[in-house]
Design a protein around this ligand. Structure first.
Ligand code: 5GP
Length: 361
């Protein structure tokens, strides 16, 4: 496990509200309990449960969203989530979140996102590169934080954002999220995600917004095949997303199509097992995709909700599929090719991994 922690890693599938620290979630829920906004004793068991089905996970998200309704809290959880990933030696993080409107708190989708950006800016335990999405020379980026601290080189993490479209929303609301993402491209937003309860909503509702994103050159990743729904899986693959998440309920024909198209897959082992979308690691599609040299990346999904970390996911893959240190390192390194950030970031990450590779043996 130690080497899984120490090696640089790339996280491409992490939901902000699902990555909230347990201790913070409990603290926020207690505060709301004291204010009488929620009955703490009624939610305590939901918070402390460790093995949740997919249905229970979405119940927990409703609860989390009840305690993260104001700008200050959104800023706080963003800061903490980035600090936690950085402490786990994640060097590039694509954090996804659903911009939320909450009239009672004076929150618009835009101000929600601004609170997230505030959280990114307030991280001080590590140097953060977050603001640009254009192919400009690295030298034009002056970093606010000194790279040397007490004689030690500070850690650095690249953070980029994906805006999520929740499957519960209307076509208009989906379009609004894409418009917001386009407006915020110079502030670290690099793509769009489609997520939310997979048994709710229709693909055709989101399609116009997703097509629009694609036509504007904004990469799209889709939660795809979390439940058996062959028509939707086919439609999603026909859309040619830049990546997909999960791919748990694929049949023979869909695997063939996915492999032909070489669409990269974001794999979340613990999440798939906990939510029982895959019965056990022995039958997990990671093994086949890895053997086929299909582009894939290991991710946490919801590090808080599933009590995991990216290092823990690497350790799990290593033991379940018999992969050694070098293979795991190369797996992490290959993820550089499928990030949504610009070439400058890819180049710098390649240098970072090349340096780390020399310390491997
Ligand atoms: P947020 O977007 O509020 O920052 O993060 C939590 C949200 O991410 C959830 O309400 C849900 O919409 C989405 N999400 C988190 N985990 C999963 C997952 O495993 N599957 C799907 N489909 N959506 C998820």
């Amino acid at each position: 496990m130690e080497w899984c922690v120490s090696m640089p890693k790339i996280e491409l599938h992490a939901h902000l509200n699902g990555s909230i620290r347990d201790s913070t979630l409990l603290e926020l829920a207690k505060e709301l309990g004291e204010k009488g906004t929620i009955v703490f004793s009624e939610v305590e068991h939901v918070l402390s449960k460790n093995d949740r089905s997919l249905v229970e996970v979405f119940k927990l998200f409703d609860l989390i969203h009840n305690v993260t309704t104001d700008h200050k809290t959104v800023t706080r959880i963003t800061k903490e989530v980035i600090e936690d990933f950085a402490a786990d030696n994640v060097v590039y993080l694509e954090l996804r979140t659903t911009p939320k409107r909450n009239d009672s708190k004076g929150m618009s989708k835009r101000s929600y996102l601004e609170a997230v950006l505030e959280g990114i800016k307030s991280v001080d335990s590590v140097e953060v590169d977050f603001s640009h999405n254009t192919n400009v020379d690295a030298s034009s980026h002056s970093h606010a934080v000194d790279n040397i601290c007490n004689g030690y080189e500070r850690k650095k993490i690249y953070v980029r954002l994906l805006l999520s479209i929740d499957r519960r929303v209307t076509a208009e609301a989906a379009m609004e999220t894409v418009e917001l993402a386009l407006e915020m491209r110079d502030f670290g937003v690099v793509g769009i995600d489609l997520s939310g309860n997979p048994v709710i909503g229709q693909w055709l509702t989101y399609l116009p917004a997703l097509e629009y994103a694609k036509n504007q050159g904004l990469p799209v990743t889709l939660h795809c095949g979390e439940v058996p729904n062959p028509d939707e899986i086919h439609a999603m693959l026909d859309f040619l997303p830049m990546r997909i998440g999960h791919a748990c309920c694929f049949e023979e024909e869909e695997w063939k199509f996915l492999k032909q198209l070489k669409i990269p897959v974001e794999i979340c082992l613990t999440s798939n097992i906990r939510t029982e979308t895959i019965t056990s690691l022995d039958v997990h599609h990671f093994a086949d995709l890895y053997k086929s040299n299909h582009p894939l990346v290991l991710c946490t999904d919801d590090a808080g909700v599933f009590s995991t970390s990216l290092s823990a996911e690497y350790a799990l893959a290593s033991s379940a599929f018999g992969l050694g240190k070098r293979e795991m390192f190369e797996l992490a390194q290959k993820a550089i090719e499928i990030i949504f950030a610009c070439d400058r970031v890819k180049r710098e990450l390649k240098e970072m991994f090349a340096k780390a590779a020399s310390d491997l043996d």
